[in-house]
Design a protein around this ligand. Structure first.
Ligand SMILES: [Zn+2]
Length: 223
């Protein structure tokens, strides 16, 4: 029986790359997708398509609209504008405690299905302003997960894997292309429309990454 991994899958470029990496590392994939009222709700549909592409045995979609109810982020609060350029400090697209909540739920799922790894596509390079994308947080969360679970206490440690943490967008895309990651099924646009805007911070970062990797982005853009 293959080893199992839970993949925090948003339907974006990074988490989809993690699907390819986890598969290449010999894991059976168990993606988990969080629906939290994000503006780029379209991501959830993309996550379903990515999961289908990888023919996963199970794909969990978890409702976390509480994160929208409390707001506090440009991604969940319509009164806060999404920026078109990178900001200093912690960006307004930071979602309060998002990765801590995601990893907590992913590790609960991992424990139940007997998975030994949880993958998350965080990068400390491109999103250095997000506190929950820092290696310090990931190490601390992994320790906490193993203190908090039966799996951890009984020696079935759950590893939190962050293969992209030191990679730029260019390097992530290069790694993914080698693994035939289906980037045509992903979306990165914060505006969440049918066609990506090409203007928002996230679209710009993605386009720059493909350009630097010497490859064409397979998705459509408005302009
Ligand atoms: Zn966009």
């Amino acid at each position: 029986m293959n080893k199992k991994a839970v993949i925090v899958l948003s339907g974006g470029l990074d988490s989809t790359t993690c699907m390819g990496i986890a598969k290449s590392e010999g894991y059976d994939l168990f993606p988990i997708t969080f629906h939290y009222g994000q503006r780029h709700n379209r991501e959830v549909q993309q996550a379903i398509e990515v999961a289908r592409h990888y023919e996963v045995a199970d794909h969990r979609i978890v409702d976390l609209t509480f994160l929208k109810d409390i707001g506090g982020s440009a991604l969940t609060d319509e009164t806060v504008d999404v920026p078109t350029e990178a900001e200093e400090g912690i960006p307004v697209t930071y979602v309060p405690a998002r990765n801590m909540i995601f990893l907590a739920l992913a590790s609960a799922y991992a424990e139940v299905i007997g998975a030994t790894a949880v993958y998350t596509g965080v990068s400390a390079v491109d999103y250095s302003g997000y506190p929950d994308c820092r290696p310090e947080f990931i190490h601390s969360m992994e320790e906490t997960i193993n203190l908090a679970t039966k799996a951890g206490v009984t020696g079935q440690n759950i590893q939190v894997k962050t293969p992209l943490i030191n990679l730029s967008k260019k390097e992530t895309i290069e790694a993914g292309l080698l693994l035939n990651v289906p980037y045509e099924l992903t979306t990165s646009c914060y505006n969440g429309k049918e066609t990506a805007c090409g203007q928002c911070d996230s679209c710009q970062l993605r386009l720059k990454g493909f350009k630097e990797a010497g490859s064409a982005d397979p998705i459509a853009y408005e302009n």
